[in-house]
Design a protein around this ligand. Structure first.
Ligand code: HEM
Length: 421
């Protein structure tokens, strides 16, 4: 049984939850999910989802799920037990079943151990000048566009590009492929939404084909011409592990390369766009941070807390259990709501205030065995970019609020943020 603490669960009105979810998906909800999270939290720490399973809304309950041994990720075996074949057998869904966030021990432990910490202090220090140079080049593009047109899209020009250039550089992917990778990543992600529609699954299926073709060819080319890069290292490692089974080695290398690439893109882009949006919508914030660059890391943490790029993450009860007083049967899904957790006033006082010096708590990179592998890299990109933005563009400001992709609930995407100087 799980320790319950002072958190509390409730059973709830199904229609109220459906209406809140509809609002969360709408343009208004995407632009400002805070009141919706608050309403969901007011229904309890554990709120029944309309299609079965539960939403987990409070910080402590979310943390308990992410870190507790009672909870597993929805893996292939679980997927096979689900009645909704159309969803779980869809090609784009199946493609994710061998990736890290869908593996439990011992396979997950084995892959994480093999990867170690790919962004340890020494690696990040070595990557820093390159990330700074990439940021500087992209800000040159921004400057050119601002000079030519008076305004520019920060997302398209910079926020989506820096994560792509960084991970591309790290894995040795040629820049001519970046636009295609970004494009299939945006389309593939629909299959990972809470309730993808038939047509979304079809879009994701096509993106999956393109994604598989791209990474399979990349790995084949790297086998033919090994380099001194991370991907070559993974090929050596997994070939040595499966000396008589090239197909299995290739499968693991594909799953890792594909997933780490796509996991690093939209998430970091949202962090970068949000940081610029939150800082420049109130010019006094950006001005203050320019005078106090020692707080750039704090500004990044507050951005991560205030608006997590991933809204929802799911876990499965490994056994019958109790969460926040609510009995939960083995195999039931619970959806952890990162944003709601970070705005829980029992954890962060006055959570709706964006306060750079708050030193608040968040679960934006998850927790436990599945804690985000690229958190340190995302923070590095944000640090390098923000420092340069503040220095080079002291009068940068938004022309309009960001535009969101409103077909998402799980993976937030800012489609555009128009800026001017
Ligand atoms: C602001 C940027 C990012 C955010 C908000 C983010 C968020 C997350 C979250 C919420 C998880 C799930 C954690 C859990 O289940 O407990 C995760 C997992 C993961 N992330 Fe990130 N991520 C970001 C950037 C990156 C980057 C840059 C990379 C790689 C270069 C990356 C690679 C991964 C991988 C491989 C996993 C799966 C870990 C596992 O299941 O063992 N992420 N991330």
């Amino acid at each position: 049984m799980t320790a319950v603490g002072d958190i509390r669960g409730t059973t709830t009105d199904r229609r109220a939850v459906i209406s809140l979810l509809r609002r969360l998906r709408s343009g208004e909800g995407q632009a400002n999910p805070l009141p919706i999270w608050e309403e969901l939290r007011s229904l309890g720490d554990v709120v029944r989802a309309p299609w079965g399973g539960y939403f987990v809304t409070g910080f402590d309950a979310c943390s308990q799920v992410l870190r507790g041994r009672t909870w597993l990720v929805p893996d292939f075996a679980w997927q096979e037990r689900q009645p909704d074949m159309e969803r779980w057998q869809a090609p784009a869904t199946q493609e994710m079943t061998r990736t890290l966030p869908r593996l439990n021990a011992p396979t997950h432990t084995c892959q994480r151990r093999a990867l170690g910490n790919p962004f340890d202090r020494a690696t990040l220090q070595a990557m820093r000048p390159r990330v700074a140079a990439l940021a500087s080049g992209l800000l040159d593009d921004l400057e050119d566009r601002l000079r030519a047109d008076g305004e520019a899209d920060f997302v398209h020009t910079v926020a989506e590009q820096l994560p792509m250039h960084t991970v591309g550089d790290w894995l040795g992917i040629a820049p001519e492929h970046f636009a295609h990778i970004l494009d299939f990543t945006h389309r593939q992600v629909y299959a990972q939404e809470l309730l993808p529609t038939k047509s979304e699954l079809a879009v994701s299926a096509q993106a999956t084909l393109e994604m598989r073709a791209f990474f399979t060819e990349l790995i084949g080319q790297r086998r033919a011409r090994p380099g001194n890069d991370v991907l070559t290292g993974w090929i050596h490692h997994w070939d040595a592990r499966y000396p008589d089974d090239r197909a299995t080695a290739d499968q693991v290398i594909y799953d890792l390369t594909m997933f780490i690439t796509i996991a690093s893109l939209e998430t970091t882009a949202v962090l970068l766009a949000n940081a610029v949006w939150f800082l420049t919508q109130e010019p006094s914030r950006a001005a203050w941070l320019r005078r106090h660059p020692e707080h750039i890391d704090d500004a990044i943490e507050e951005t991560l807390r205030y608006d997590p790029p991933v809204h929802v993450n799911s876990r499965i009860a490994a056994d019958d259990t109790v969460l926040a007083g609510v009995p939960i049967a083995k195999d039931t899904t619970v959806h952890v709501l990162y944003g709601s957790a970070a705005h829980d006033p029992r954890r962060n006082e006055q959570p709706h205030v964006f306060d750079i010096r708050r030193n608040g708590s968040h679960l934006t990179f998850g927790g436990g065995a599945h804690y985000c592998l690229g958190a340190a890299l995302a923070r590095l990109e944000a640090r390098e970019l923000l420092g340069q933005v503040l220095e080079r563009f002291p009068t940068l400001r938004p022309v309009a609020p960001p535009e969101y992709d409103t077909s998402r609930v799980v993976f937030r995407r800012i489609a555009s943020l128009k800026v001017t100087t």
